[in-house]
Structures are given as structure tokens and as C-alpha cells.
Design a protein around this ligand. Structure first.
Ligand SMILES: NC(=O)C1=CN([C@@H]2O[C@H](COP(=O)(O)OP(=O)(O)OC[C@H]3O[C@@H](n4cnc5c(N)ncnc54)[C@H](O)[C@@H]3O)[C@@H](O)[C@H]2O)C=CC1
Ligand SMILES: O=C(O)[C@@H]1CCC=N1
Length: 280
């Protein structure tokens, strides 16, 4: 059991996906979790009703009772939250941030000098405990806190400790990644439906195909290249499909998608970093 009191600052999609995974994991009692937002009481009631957790607006939160704060608002709202936390958060309270493009050094510089800050990058599959989550500790984090953060993130799927300088690329691969596969599935659904399948049926067939392929990669010893070659008979149907994929630039499109998301993550961090440089 994880015996900590955890407060979410932000009550949006990502907060809900993580809360759902935490509650399903059985590693903590719902009463250990408290979710906050600025003022949307309706949303707080919804989360409270669905997960049996506590829910209050940020101004009603008693900061002194919290062991771990999880930042789950949009990156643009970071400065308001730093202001809320400054002077209230103490060095022994752990700050975990899911915000894309906001560095640990930015948060450290805005809080106590020795603040323990860990950046994580989950994805929305947290909802069903199938996220692939990166964990990157800041400068002042004790090893037991890194392991605690990893254990927490394991409640929502697999967790990997990575260097923070790889976080933009990780975001391009795994934070945004589910969207690429959803987009692929939208196209599979469309072409199958146009050919005469019921939409729901072809959606399920496509999803089972994707799920089976992912499970093969995770559970078999072969590489994706070997698995692909196993399906591809000379002059067969798969070869025809792969030729069309190549002709239409699918490989390049995937590489560009990851690189563009990673570049956007890097760009998101520039504004706050610039502000930090001016403060120095
Ligand atoms: N959506 C995704 O797939 C992923 C998102 N992220 C990160 O998660 C974060 C949240 O994204 P979403 O959930 O999609 O956003 P969202 O817009 O659905 O939710 C943001 C929430 O933050 C609240 N909020 C704003 N300022 C606040 C404050 N000062 N105190 C407390 N609450 C405050 C808002 O009321 C809202 O409930 C973003 O920073 C994003 O970079 C990270 C990984 C994946
Ligand atoms: O699009 C975004 O900014 C967020 C961050 C990672 C996934 N979605």
C-alpha cells in the first residue's frame, strides 16, 4: 500500500486518467486522494461521485496535510500555481508534475531552493492502467522519493526512469503517442466502413489487430522487423499493403510526427525558461 496523501492541482482529462488508474490499482484508498481546480464545482462533484475521492477548490485545500502534490493543469497556468505553492509547500513535500515542457529547474527556481520536484510524462492510457510513463527527478530529490514516484506511476501502467534531457523526445513518442495510433485507427475504420462493414464492428476488428500486434512485440522475442517479415510472403497481400505504405511515405510521416511533437515540447519550455533567465 502507498500510505501518502496525494493532492491533484488540476481536475482535467489527465488528472482523471491518473486518478482512475490509482483507484483501480488498489494500492491506495480513494480517501487518500484529493482533487482541486480553480472554481468548477460541477467538475469536482463529478470526480468525487465517480471515484469516491475528496474534491475541493484550490483555495479550500489545506496544503499542510499533503505529502505529494501532482500538478495537472495546462503548462500556461504554471506561474499561477507556483504562486499558490510558494511559501506553502515545504521541502519534505514532494512535487510531481505531468506538465509538458516545464522543466524541474523552472519549478525549483520558483519554489524553495531545495524543493523536491519530479517530472513525469504519462499518457491517457493511465485510465486503464496501461500508460507508459517517464519519471525524471530534479536536482534535490532523494532516492527513496524517486522510487516512490516510480511506484506511484506503476499504479497506472509501466514506468521508466529517464534523464530529463530525453523528456521532449519521450513526450513525442509516448505522451502524444496514443493519438497517432487513434488516428491510424480512424483511417482503418473509415476504409472498412466505406467497404461495407458496420462502423462498430470494423472499429473492434482494427483495435484487436493493433492490440494483438502490440502484445506480440511485448511477449515474443522477435523484433518488430522480424514480426513484420513473418507476415510478408513474397508477392502476397502484406507485401502489396507495405509497398503502398512506403509509396505514401508512412515511415517518414511517423518519424516526422514524433519529431514535431518533441520539438513542440521543447518550444513549450522556452517561454518559462526565458522568464527564469530574466529573474536571475
Ligand atoms: N492529455 C494528455 O494526453 C497528456 C497531458 N499531459 C499534461 O497534463 C496537463 C493537463 O492536461 P489536461 O488534463 O488535458 O488539461 P485540462 O485542460 O483538461 O485540465 C486542466 C485543469 O487544471 C485546472 N487548473 C488550472 N489552473 C489551476 C490552478 N491554479 N490550480 C488548480 N487547478 C487548476 C483547470 O481547472 C482544469 O481542471 C497538461 O499540462 C499536459 O501537458 C501530460 C501527458 C499526457
Ligand atoms: O498535447 C499535449 O500538450 C499533451 C502533452 C502530452 C500529450 N498531450
Amino acid at each position: 500500500m502507498i500510505n501518502k496523501r496525494i493532492a491533484f492541482l488540476g481536475a482535467g482529462n489527465m488528472a482523471e486518467a491518473i486518478i482512475s488508474g490509482f483507484v483501480q490499482s488498489g494500492k491506495m484508498k480513494p480517501q487518500q486522494i484529493i482533487v482541486t481546480n480553480r472554481s468548477n464545482q460541477e467538475r469536482l462533484n463529478e470526480l468525487k461521485g465517480k471515484y469516491n475521492i475528496e474534491a475541493v477548490t484550490k483555495d479550500q485545500l489545506d496544503y499542510s496535510t499533503i505529502d505529494i502534490f501532482i500538478l495537472a493543469m495546462k503548462p500556461k497556468d504554471i506561474d499561477g500555481v507556483m504562486e499558490d505553492l510558494r511559501g506553502k509547500i515545504t521541502a519534505d513535500q514532494l512535487l510531481v508534475s505531468v506538465l509538458a515542457g516545464i522543466s524541474t529547474s523552472y519549478m525549483e527556481a520558483n519554489l524553495n531552493d531545495s524543493q523536491q520536484v519530479i517530472r513525469v510524462m504519462p499518457n491517457t492510457s493511465s485510465m486503464i492502467q496501461e500508460s507508459a510513463t517517464a519519471v525524471s527527478p530534479g536536482k534535490h530529490v532523494a532516492m527513496d522519493q524517486v522510487l516512490l514516484a516510480k511506484e506511484l506511476m506503476t499504479c497506472i501502467g509501466k514506468a521508466y526512469i529517464i534523464d530529463e534531457d530525453m523528456m521532449d523526445m519521450y513526450t513525442g513518442i509516448a505522451g502524444s503517442g496514443p493519438a497517432y495510433f487513434y488516428n491510424l485507427m480512424e483511417h482503418i475504420e473509415e476504409v472498412g466502413h466505406q467497404a461495407g462493414f458496420e462502423r462498430e464492428l470494423v472499429r473492434e476488428i482494427g483495435a484487436q489487430t493493433l492490440y494483438g500486434a502490440a502484445k506480440m512485440i511485448l511477449e515474443q522475442k522477435e523484433t518488430p522487423t522480424e514480426l513484420r517479415e513473418n507476415i510478408t510472403s513474397p508477392n502476397g497481400t502484406t507485401a502489396a499493403g507495405l509497398d503502398a505504405l512506403n509509396k505514401h511515405g508512412a515511415g517518414m510521416a511517423i518519424i516526422e510526427a514524433v519529431k514535431s511533437a518533441a520539438a513542440r515540447s521543447k518550444e513549450l519550455s522556452k517561454e518559462p525558461e526565458k522568464k527564469l533567465a530574466l529573474q536571475k
